[in-house]
Write a protein that binds this ligand. Structure first.
Ligand SMILES: C[S@@+](CC[C@H](N)C(=O)[O-])C[C@H]1O[C@@H](n2cnc3c(N)ncnc32)[C@H](O)[C@@H]1O
Length: 251
């Protein structure tokens, strides 16, 4: 089983059991974010306006790691033609129900973004990542994601990412191990875990859990993966706008 599967599956089973509607309901108890006012909504609002993407059928958006679909539904409600994928069937089931309740149409499907086939036709004007990339940890898997995005994005398309960054102390509690040289947080698991990518550190077993890079390292990674970073706003997370290309970073 892929190292990222069990954690996400158990989160959505819990969300289903508790009658919650989105990932943040389980982790963020301030009530600051709801399904309709989700964490990176303000950023997406700004991006849509700034990039001048026509909000109409024919402007095609792909969101990967959509969870229960807050961003996908928001974009569909704005008039975009949206496809959205997530690894976990429970998330997609809930996403379909919530989209139906809101009267919006989104092409939801279950898929692993690390295992998408190459596309021969670049079909999307915008590819969106709302806090998925931090869970795609290994170099190989992140390369697979970037390659899938490149092959799906038209020449004038944009790739927008919201992702957690390295913050000292984050996940530094018992049961985690941070490798500062790669930005990888490892999570301790039982020695008989069925996950792939198991590593042994000081006699304990771990799986890759999160990749929390510095803003500079993330910028460098995206540049090396063939994206031009148009903007990168950062705090404990980064909101990034890219396009395919390797020109000089503009801001
Ligand atoms: C932090 S949650 C964010 C969910 C949603 N975008 C939101 O903002 O509520 C990360 C999401 O990425 C999904 N995910 C993780 N790895 C994935 C993969 N390899 N392929 C597709 N989705 C994945 C998880 O199932 C989860 O829904």
């Amino acid at each position: 089983m892929r190292y990222y599967h069990a954690e996400h599956e158990s989160v959505y089973r819990e969300i289903e059991k508790l009658g919650y509607t989105q990932w943040n309901d389980l982790f963020e108890h301030s009530g600051a974010w709801t399904y309709d006012h989700f964490q990176n909504r303000a950023f997406l609002e700004r991006v849509i306006t700034r990039l001048g993407l026509p909000a109409a059928a024919g402007t095609r958006v792909l969101e990967y790691g959509c969870g229960t679909g807050p961003a996908a539904c928001f974009l569909a409600a704005r008039g975009f033609e949206v496809d959205a994928i997530d690894l976990i069937p429970e998330a997609i089931n809930l996403a379909r129900r919530l989209a139906e309740e809101r009267g919006v149409r989104v092409g939801f499907s279950v898929a692993d973004v690390c295992a998408l086939p190459a596309e021969s036709v670049a079909r999307y004007d915008l590819v969106v990542d709302s806090y998925c990339l931090q869970s795609i940890v290994t170099d190989e898997d992140r390369d697979a994601v970037f390659s899938a995005v490149r092959s799906r994005l038209g020449p004038d398309g944009y790739y927008v990412i919201s992702t957690a960054l390295y913050v000292p102390g984050r996940d530094a509690e018992d049961g985690f191990w941070y490798d500062a040289s790669t930005g990888i947080y490892y999570r301790e698991v039982p020695a008989d875990s069925a996950a792939d990518q198991l590593v042994e550190i000081d006699g304990r077993w771990y799986v890759p859990h999160r990749r929390h890079l510095s803003a500079e390292a993330l910028r460098d990674e995206l540049g090396a993966a063939g994206f031009q970073v148009l903007s990168l706003e950062s705090s404990d997370a980064a909101d990034v706008v890219c396009r395919v290309g390797s020109d000089e970073v503009s801001s």
